[in-house]
Design a protein around this ligand. Structure first.
Ligand code: CAA
Length: 255
């Protein structure tokens, strides 16, 4: 398998493991990823971290050698497979963090965009260079990049195929942290900024925020009213509010 699923502390860690091809997304790798994501969804991990094997790349995108010479229908099925697999990341019951430890191009950046958060090492380089191949992004990039950085910046990145570095990615909000040192250790530090909170309540927050850019404001506010009422009914909300009044740390139980 070109995907390894391991555990680091309380988190699941997926390693994209084709360093000889800069972890490019062969269809076999994407299918393995879909299976592994189902395992993560059933596990007790409190978040998913995804990293690329080797020193150079998170993921250099779709496997260009495999794409060559495919029929239109094969190409469409391929795009649907990639989109469905990355959709699984988005729908996991736990938040996910892409650790962009080098190149993240094309489908690689699109995978990172499907994660809840992105952190980048200082040498990371990102872009959607499909236009240089006579293509456009097909694994969600045209839809998720504008949601992450706004339409104008996304349009510029997609139409020019320009590569941006970690600092620029941080400045435009594409990545949430730029890290030095061991990237997995840094991802654990980042994930612990949220992973101790109630998982079901984190899920409600993700759901509410993700609706913000897909539905009109009045509908979004109605969704927020419903989801915040649901959060209010959890045992963890009772615990959180009691802990505040009793001046102690809360003990959340994910109920
Ligand atoms: N697909 C297949 N193989 C790839 C690959 C890719 N996307 N990216 C790199 N590789 C392979 C190279 O062919 C090379 O293999 P060989 O040694 O067998 O020739 C190996 O990985 C190392 O790559 P380079 O020698 O090119 O490494 P470099 O450091 O000189 O350059 C790079 C790194 C700038 C990332 C360069 O490899 C590159 O431009 N890769 C392609 C990036 C790209 O265009 N990605 C978009 C793909 S299309 C897509 O993703 C569509 C979509 O929306 C789903």
């Amino acid at each position: 398998m070109a995907i390894q699923l391991t555990r680091v502390e309380e988190f699941a860690l997926i390693t994209l493991d084709r360093p000889e091809a800069l972890n490019a997304l062969s269809f076999a790798l994407i299918r393995d990823m879909a299976r592994v994501l189902d395992e993560v969804a059933q596990s007790d991990a409190r978040a998913l971290l995804i990293i690329g094997a080797g020193q150079k790349a998170f993921c250099a995108g779709a496997d260009i050698k495999e794409l060559t010479g495919r029929s239109l229908m094969e190409q469409k099925r391929g795009a649907e497979l990639g989109q469905a697999t990355f959709g699984k990341i988005e729908r996991l019951p736990v938040p996910s963090v892409a650790i962009i430890n080098g190149y993240a191009f094309g489908g690689g950046l699109e995978m990172a965009l499907a994660c809840t958060f992105r952190i980048a090492t200082r040498n990371a380089k990102m872009g959607l260079p499909e236009i240089k191949l006579g293509l456009i992004p097909g694994y969600g990039g045209t839809q998720r990049l504008p949601r992450a950085v706004g339409e104008a910046r996304a349009m510029e990145m997609i139409l020019t195929g320009r590569t941006i570095d970690a600092e620029e990615a941080y400045r435009i909000g594409l990545v949430q942290r730029v890290v030095d040192g061991d990237p997995i250790a840094q991802a654990v530090v980042f994930a612990r900024e949220f992973s101790g909170y109630s998982l079901p309540v984190l899920g409600l927050a993700r759901e509410a925020v993700s609706r913000a850019l897909t539905v009109p404001l009045n509908e979004g506010l109605r969704v927020e009213a419903d989801l915040s009422t649901l959060a209010f009914q959890t045992k963890d909300a009772v615990e959180g509010m009691s802990a505040f009044t009793e001046k102690r740390n809360p003990r959340f139980t994910d109920e």
